[in-house]
Design a protein around this ligand. Structure first.
Ligand SMILES: C[S@@+](CC[C@H](N)C(=O)[O-])C[C@H]1O[C@@H](n2cnc3c(N)ncnc32)[C@H](O)[C@@H]1O
Ligand SMILES: [Zn+2]
Length: 340
């Protein structure tokens, strides 16, 4: 472990906990140890290996290992060969969502990203003086994120291996928790959500991105075509037709969308129920649910609360997902705020 990693872990030690028993941890020069159960955790390439398995009843399906193995082979979303801090900023700003997040999350915010993959968003958000923890189960992805961080000397982002079902942080530690495109690759999306929702401070925010039940229909049809034709006609996918992604990232996108071992699909309505059960207020969704709202400007103010729309509006918004936004593979995002 290098000095900067040790120093940082010692600084945040009061918010860390053992993923096995939730006890306090002690950080030594080359190992992290639980003061309660004495379990020790290694560090590899300056990434603390704090993964702990779910330990569910054997009758309960658990895809964690299958999904981890998939991403160890195809880390997502990966970097293009010549990426550096400048090009990362440029690309993130071309992506509307990352740009809005960067503009609207105040400096100094403590952010946790669960399932950060290769860490693009974590790295990007840390540039403007926020402390960001990028966590994932996949070590190869984390290594790419860490490598980018080190090459570009980003000091405020930190990568840790963590299973979101066994968090290594104490409750109510973060101003913002982001979990984008992850829970639908787990066996228990709502259970995973509840675990990470606990980590949000009162009045803090959570951002959840999921595949949509109806928005995913075109992707499903394309998957059938690819399977029937030995993956010919890749240009049917709008992202693979475009010129924005390099070859590595195109192949990674193809594997993630069409060859994934496990995905589930969800609705905005469902996430609203998750919020209700866990003490969060609805703030905003993309696409918006209050579809008759007229103030266009408010669409881009991510943390400005709006009403969630009545049942009919919600139905229309969900239905619209079937016909729009296929570049993202039928993806929606919901933002909630923890009631204090
Ligand atoms: C589709 S990628 C999304 C990566 C990134 N959030 C993004 O939007 O580009 C899904 C990520 O979730 C991670 N993941 C899956 N199950 C997880 C779990 N139980 N705990 C933490 N991360 C998990 C995978 O390793 C993978 O990196
Ligand atoms: Zn322990």
């Amino acid at each position: 472990m290098d000095q900067a990693t040790i120093q940082h872990l010692k600084q945040i030690n009061d918010v860390l906990c053992c993923p096995k028993c939730a006890g306090n941890l002690e950080v030594n020069s080359d190992i992290i140890q639980c003061l309660n159960c004495r379990q020790s955790y290694q560090v590899s390439d300056n990434i603390p290996l704090l993964f702990w398995p779910n330990e569910w009843d054997p009758a309960q399906k658990d895809v964690t290992d299958i999904v981890r193995n998939f991403y160890e082979k195809t880390p997502f979303p990966n970097y293009d060969d010549l990426d550096n801090a400048g090009s990362l900023i440029q690309k993130a700003r071309q992506g509307v969502f990352a740009k809005l997040l960067d503009e609207q999350i105040p400096f100094g915010t403590r952010v946790l990203e669960c399932g950060c993959g290769t860490g693009q968003l974590s790295n990007f958000l840390s540039i403007a003086d926020r402390t960001v923890m990028g966590t994932d189960i996949c070590l190869n992805s984390l290594k790419l994120g860490q490598d980018f961080k080190e090459r570009n000397q980003l000091k405020r982002v930190h990568f840790l291996q963590m299973n979101l079902f066994r968090p290594v942080f104490k409750s109510e530690t973060f101003d913002l928790v982001i979990c984008n495109g992850v829970l639908h690759h787990t066996s228990d999306p709502f259970g995973g959500y509840k675990g990470i929702a606990r980590l949000v401070k009162p009045n803090g925010y959570i951002i959840i991105g999921l595949y949509h039940q109806w928005g995913r229909i075109l992707t499903d049809i394309r998957r059938i075509i690819f399977n029937l034709t030995q993956d010919r006609f890749r240009s049917l996918d709008p992202r693979l037709r475009g010129k924005n992604l390099g070859e590595t990232r195109k192949n990674t996108w193809f594997a993630d969308q069409y060859k994934h071992p496990h995905e589930s699909k969800h609705t905005i309505r469902e996430v609203l129920d998750w919020f209700k059960e866990s003490g969060f207020n609805f703030v905003k969704s993309i696409p918006r649910t209050s579809i008759f709202a007229t103030v266009a400007d408010e669409e881009t103010r991510l943390f400005k609360a709006e009403r969630s729309g009545d049942t009919f509006e919600l139905f229309l918004a969900e239905l619209k997902m079937m016909f729009t936004d296929h570049k993202e593979g039928g993806f929606f995002v919901v933002i909630g705020q923890k009631i204090s």
